[in-house]
Design a protein around this ligand. Sequence first.
Ligand SMILES: O=C(O)CCC(=O)C(=O)O
Length: 290
Amino acid sequence: MTAILTSNGAPIPYTSDYFGALTASDRALDSAALRARYEADGYVFLKSAVPAEMVLKLREAYLAQFAAGFCKDNDTRRGAFSGQMPQGPGHGHPGHPAHGFVRGEAFRAFADQPIFKALAEIFLDGPATRIRRTPLRHFIPGRKFASRAHTDRTYIEGVAADIVTIWVPLGDSPLISGGLLYLENSHHDGDLESNIRTRQAKGEAPTDRNHDTRPLTHDLKWIADTTGHRWLSADYAAGDVVIHSPAIVHASTDPGDTDYMRISTDLRFRRADSPADPRWSSDWAADDGY
Ligand SMILES: O=C(O)CCC(=O)C(=O)O
């Protein structure tokens, strides 16, 4: 493991001052115990929650949409990057494979499996409806591009108790390939977002995107130093999922020294009796502005 990681190019030392381990929960816990973990930690990390083979098949089906030569050795099952960038529209824009894939039968059938709804219903403590807009993320080694620190509630309307995200890595997703990180206990830090918003307004919060104030920052070291919270990481395997609260800050690092591509999806559910955010009622497109 390299001693310095980056996120959107901003460095963060890979030390115990900045990083800790995500704690996996036992799948055998009953609903009340899982809810208690969610309440306490802001996330529940479940190993092997869905069959790895099903996840790997979806990964393969997605990568098969790209032109020959994109995957190393044309091995769409493993999904290593050949070094040959795809031509055409940017990720998730109309005409890009991800745009068509989230509208296709294989992806919908995956997202609509009863296991995900059943998990959501545990954490929402009642009937859940899947939110249609479902981003497909794909990070290509060699590029300094990662998820910026943010909370989901910045992007989707609704109170925290009414919405839950199930983050599903589509394939293995170790830290070196940019697996998701959670800012420890940030969901319990009531002043965190407002403090950072104040600093953003004064121009004191580092950003690589002046036009977009929704992310808290791209600088994961700065936010850890500023808030006193560490980043929690895991070497996710195909089949693992993390259920997370709309109030927990999360982000990712740039892919490091690996050719393996991190692909994942965020399934979102709301309580069936809560209001729907109309912006999230269509299929995801990277240029939909939400
Ligand atoms: O996969 C990512 O990098 C971002 C995921 C995310 O923001 C989410 O699941 O809410």
